[in-house]
Design a protein around this ligand. Sequence first.
Ligand code: 13P
Ligand code: SF4
Length: 358
Amino acid sequence: MNKAVKQDSGGDLIADREFVRSYLDKIPQLQEPTAADNARYRELILDLLQQKNAAMVAHYYTDPELQALAEESGGCVADSLEMARFGTETSATTLAVCGVKFMGETAKILNPEKTVLMPTLEATCSLDIGCPIERFAPFCDKHPDHIVVVYANTSAAVKARADWVVTSAIAVDVVEHLLDQGKQVIWAPDKHLGRYIQRQLGAGDDILLWDGACIVHEEFKHKALEEMRHLYPDAAVLAHPESPLSVLEEADVVGSTTQIINAAISRPEKQFIVATDQGIFYKLQQQAPDKEFIMAPTSGEGATCRSCANCPWMGMNSLQNLYESLLAGNNQIHVDPALGKKAMIPLQRMLDFRNSGS
Ligand code: 13P
Ligand code: SF4
């Protein structure tokens, strides 16, 4: 472990892993729909979106069918920062959020007057699971002199306990802004992104890390990536900062999903090794059709391939369950209004920071 990084999970990491795994075991296997089923669902969903003045807000990791429909219907396909922004700016009164639960909760907190529904309420995130408020609040209380900065991949309760919420697109900038003011920071829950921020800013004990991880990005392997680079010497490596620091050190670009896509469009290379969820390949190929994208390795020493670069929770979103929730108006996100009010403050701070271009 990087000696400069103080770590205090306030609990036992092994127990957390078992807990996360127990969630994975509960994920139902969806039946593969036929092309005719999908065509029918597309038609029905387009109709329902109109009838209900609803907009689709989809993440890049969801099924390409959902991403394509979000585009076709005038909704949004984006990283988690832009998903949050879009929800506040659209005139739609219902937001159909295709992604994982924290994205739906963020949309509801920022737009309490809107109906927010999701194809499933079971789609969670290992970072959210690994940072329960019952353990996080006492951890923060132990360090009252620290500013609490949490990643968007957290529950509404954890957001409400924070001073700032950030996404990967602006995490480094926000923490830099705070350190420049002489503040000390608690960063939670992703330790890999935390270590990356720390390295980028040359910060030592000023950043206290929570011990959480994304089960998808944590699987990328540094040694196998090095070997892959020899096979593709002209390729650039694009990595999401939830990957281990050893992988990020191999990368030419580290950024949020949108930043990865923008780099693929603007950089001169024709080949890219991509260390993030496979769902992003739909947008990469659409935006840079003349370029080749290769998945970064998840196999190699220590591999378990529990995810194989596929977020199991993002994969729970489908045309069928989106249609069902729009039709019945079910799977609505509810956030306690008092909690939502508190969580809105650090979220709004993030959007204002983004808009100010600080
Ligand atoms: P982005 O904000 O980069 O889209 O990341 C969200 C996420 O969950 C990545 O695993
Ligand atoms: Fe959470 Fe990782 Fe899935 Fe993103 S890819 S939603 S961080 S488990």
